[in-house]
Write a protein that binds this ligand. Structure first.
Ligand code: SAM
Length: 220
């Protein structure tokens, strides 16, 4: 445990020095959430290496610098309602849950039932399950039940921004999503303006597993 705490602090120090981690709320969240509880047991020793790791079903838990960067860009706040597409291990959802606190909530959609179960177990063990609802489904359709959301984050590569996600974002809300082909994308940030118009900012190149679904890529 102590060994993981020290490794976590060291990784956060590195991400601060690199300029990836900037805000106290994201720094605090990444210092708090135990990434070792979200990786497969055989990869625990690599939990604080700054790289994606396999979580089964051909999917990955994103690298810590990508989680840090996307969370900084998303800029969630205490009390926010957040929608995540691509639960995977549940780690990103836990970081968001730490920030929104008991006053907010995270809804996270995962298309692979076995991964949704893996994430729920991880979130239970780390006591974030009360703030995170994991849903099995196609996240390219969003999740209209609790819309509009203050923030929406997509952690898989989309060919374009699914319309439903823009519709389910509140005015003034923010969406962060990797957009591109199956092999290389750019991180796109969308802000919804009054009247429903959207402002897009195209950011850094990145590599994510594909978003598979009705408004994503086909399964191959
Ligand atoms: N956020 C995750 C974490 O913290 O571990 C990492 C996400 S992983 C890079 C991408 C995830 O998106 C995979 O688990 C994949 O099954 C899921 N996914 C792909 N297409 C999806 C869709 N249409 N709806 C929901 N989840 C999807």
């Amino acid at each position: 445990m102590t060994e993981f705490n020290e490794a976590r602090r060291e990784l956060v120090r590195m991400l601060i020095n690199e300029g990836v981690l900037r805000s106290s709320k994201v720094i605090r969240a990444m210092l708090k959430v135990p990434r070792e509880e979200f990786v497969l047991p055989r990869y625990r020793d690599y939990a604080y290496s700054d790289m994606p790791l396999p979580i089964g079903y051909g999917q990955t838990i994103s690298a810590p610098h990508m989680v840090a960067l996307m969370t900084e860009e998303l800029d969630p706040g205490e009390g926010d309602k957040v929608l995540e597409i691509g639960t995977g291990s549940g780690y990103q959802a836990a970081v968001l849950a730490e920030i929104v606190s008991d006053r907010g909530h995270v809804w996270s959609i995962e298309r692979i039932p076995g991964l949704a179960e893996f994430a729920r177990e991880n979130l239970k063990r780390t006591s974030y399950i009360g703030r995170v609802t994991v849903i099995v489904g196609d996240g390219t359709l969003g999740y209209s039940s609790y819309a509009p959301y203050d923030r929406i984050i997509v952690t898989a590569a989309a060919p374009d921004i699914p319309r439903a996600l823009i519709d389910q974002l509140r005015v003034g809300g923010k969406l962060v999503i990797p957009v591109g082909d199956r092999y290389l994308q750019r991180l796109v940030t969308v802000v919804k303006e009054p009247g429903g118009k959207v402002r897009r900012k195209v950011g850094i190149p990145c590599v994510f597993v594909p978003l598979i679904g009705r408004y994503g890529y086909d399964e191959c």
